[in-house]
Design a protein around this ligand. Structure first.
Ligand code: TRP
Length: 459
C-alpha cells in the first residue's frame, strides 16, 4: 500500500474506491459530452476535428489527469493548500500555490456559464413533461429554443435554480447523495442516449452521421488553426482537468485505490458518452434536415424533435433532460469543490457559509452570460477582430487559456520538480521504464503539445 497522509484530510473521504471513480466520472461526464461535444464537432467539420480531439485526450488529457490526481492525493487538502504543502516539503517556490488560485478562479468562471446552459436543460425538463413538444418539427423546436434563451427572466430563473441547488449540494459535503445520483442516473442516461440513437437510425440519418464523425478525408481535412485550440480546450473541459477539480477529488481518494485504473475508466466512459451523444444527435439532425453545424441549440432541437415524435416521448424526453440535468449537476459540484475546500481550510468556517459566498460570486458573473443571449447580445468584446459576447469570452478564456495553462504547469511540476520517488510511488509505477514513459509524456509530449497549440493560435 502507498504511504500517504490518509488521515489528514479535513473534508472526509470517498467511502470506497468505486465511489471515487464514480465521482470523477460524474465530474467528467456532463454538458461537455452531451451538449458541447456534438455542437463543436459539428461546427468544426466532423471527423478531422474528432481525430485531433482524440489525440489531445490521449497525449495531453491522460498525463494531466494522472498528474492532477497524484498531486491531490499527495497533498490531501484543497488544491491551493496541497500545492503549497508539496512546495514546502520539496523546497520549491510558494508560487506553485498560484496554480491553485487560478483553478479556484477558473472554476467559478466555468461554473457561472455552465449553470446557464444547465438552466436551459432544466427548463426543458418541465417544457417536455408539459407536452409542449408533442409532434414538433425541427423548425418549431429551434424557435422554441430561441424563445427561451432570448428571455432574460426565464433563463435567469432556471439558471438561478440550478446554481442554488448546486451550492446546496456542495454545502452538504463531498459524498452524501452523490452516490445515488451517479450509480443510477448515469446508466439510465446512457440508455436514453441509445434511444435517441435508435430513433436517428430509424429515421435514416445514421449513415451520414457516421460518415461525418469518422470518415477522415485526407485531401480535405477542413481543419483550421482555431479548430486545434478548440479541440485541445475541449479535451481539458470534458475531462474536468486543468483547474484542480480532479485534484480536489483525488485528495479524498481512499488509500487502496489505483490512480492508473481510475484514469482508464474515466477516460473511456467520458469518450464513449461523447461519441454516442454525437452519433445520436447527428443522425437526428441529418434525418430532420438540420445542419450538424447548427450551433449551441443543436442538442435542444434534435432531442426535442426525436422525443416529440416518439411513442411515450413526453415521459422519455422529460426523463432524458432530467438525467442530463443530473449529469450537469455532478459536474458543477466539482467546479465548486476546490474553492469551498480552500476557504473551509483557510477560515475554518462551515461549508454552507463558504458555498453561499462562492455561489453568489458565480451568480453575478453568470447573469452576464444569461444576458449575453438577450439584453446584452449586442455588447461585444473585440478580440483579434472577432466580436465576442460575454458568454463566448468567458467560455473561450477558460477553455483556451486557463485550463491548458493549468495543465501545463501541473505536468511540469510532477515531471521535473518533484522527486520521482514520490511521484512513482503514488502512481504505483516503480520501474525505470515507467519513469522514462512518465517523463516523456508528462514532461515533454503534453507540455510541448500544449505550448505548440498556444503558439499556433496566438502568434
Ligand atoms: N467535465 C464537465 C463536462 O464535460 C465539466 C467540468 C466539471 C469541468 N468540472 C470541471 C471542466 C473542471 C473543467 C474543469 O461537462
Amino acid at each position: 500500500m502507498v504511504q500517504d497522509n490518509y488521515d489528514q484530510s479535513p473534508h472526509g473521504f470517498w467511502s470506497s474506491n468505486t465511489m471515487f471513480v464514480l465521482a470523477a466520472v460524474g465530474s467528467a461526464v456532463g454538458l461537455g459530452n452531451i451538449w458541447k461535444f456534438p455542437y463543436i464537432t459539428g461546427e468544426n467539420g466532423g471527423a478531422a476535428f474528432f481525430f485531433v480531439y482524440l489525440i489531445c485526450i490521449c497525449a495531453i488529457g491522460i498525463p494531466v489527469m494522472m498528474a492532477e490526481i497524484m498531486l491531490g492525493r499527495t497533498g490531501r487538502m484543497s488544491p491551493i493548500n496541497s500545492l503549497l504543502k508539496i512546495a514546502r516539503e520539496q523546497g520549491l517556490s510558494r508560487k506553485w500555490g498560484l496554480l491553485g488560485w487560478a483553478g479556484v478562479g477558473g472554476g467559478l468562471v466555468i461554473l457561472s456559464f455552465y449553470s446557464v446552459i444547465a438552466g436551459w436543460i432544466l427548463a426543458y425538463v418541465f417544457r417536455t413533461f408539459s407536452g409542449e413538444f408533442g409532434g414538433v418539427d425541427a423548425a418549431t423546436a429551434s424557435e422554441a429554443f430561441g424563445d427561451l434563451i432570448g428571455n432574460p427572466w426565464m433563463s435567469g430563473l432556471w439558471f438561478t435554480i440550478f446554481l442554488v441547488a448546486t451550492g446546496y449540494f456542495v454545502a452538504r459535503g463531498v459524498n452524501r447523495g452523490l452516490e445515488l445520483v451517479i450509480r443510477f442516473c448515469m446508466p439510465l442516461l446512457f440508455v436514453l442516449l441509445f434511444v435517441m440513437l435508435i430513433y436517428g437510425i430509424a429515421q435514416g440519418g445514421f449513415g451520414q452521421a457516421f460518415q461525418f464523425m469518422f470518415h477522415l478525408d485526407f485531401n480535405n481535412l477542413g481543419l483550421s488553426w482555431d479548430s486545434l485550440v478548440i479541440a485541445m480546450g475541449h479535451a481539458f473541459f470534458t475531462l474536468s482537468i486543468g483547474m484542480g477539480a480532479i485534484m480536489a477529488y483525488g485528495a479524498y481518494m481512499p488509500p487502496e485505490s489505483s490512480i492508473k485504473s481510475a484514469v482508464g475508466v474515466i477516460v473511456v466512459v467520458d469518450t464513449l458518452v461523447a461519441v454516442i451523444a454525437g452519433l445520436a444527435i447527428f443522425s437526428i439532425a441529418y434525418a430532420d434536415g438540420l445542419s450538424p453545424g447548427a450551433g449551441l441549440g443543436l442538442l435542444f432541437t434534435t432531442a426535442t424533435t426525436a422525443f416529440g415524435n416518439l411513442w411515450g416521448g413526453v415521459v422519455f424526453g422529460g426523463l432524458f433532460f432530467l438525467l442530463v440535468t443530473f449529469a450537469a449537476f455532478t459536474s458543477a459540484i466539482s467546479l465548486l469543490e476546490p474553492a469551498i475546500a480552500y476557504f473551509v481550510e483557510k477560515f475554518n468556517s462551515r461549508r454552507a457559509v463558504v458555498a453561499t459566498v462562492c455561489v453568489s460570486v458565480a451568480w453575478i458573473l453568470g447573469l452576464l452570460s444569461v444576458f449575453s443571449f438577450n439584453l446584452l447580445s449586442n455588447f461585444n468584446i473585440e478580440i483579434g477582430g472577432e466580436p465576442w459576447t460575454i458568454f463566448a469570452f468567458l467560455d473561450h478564456l477558460s477553455q483556451w487559456i486557463i485550463l491548458p495553462l493549468g495543465g501545463l504547469f501541473i505536468c511540469l511540476l510532477t515531471a521535473w520538480f518533484l522527486p520521482w520517488k514520490t511521484v512513482g510511488s503514488t502512481l504505483e509505477v516503480r520501474s525505470l521504464e515507467g519513469e522514462v514513459w512518465w517523463k516523456i509524456f508528462a514532461g515533454v509530449v503534453a507540455p510541448v503539445a500544449i505550448f505548440a497549440v498556444f503558439a499556433l493560435t496566438f502568434f
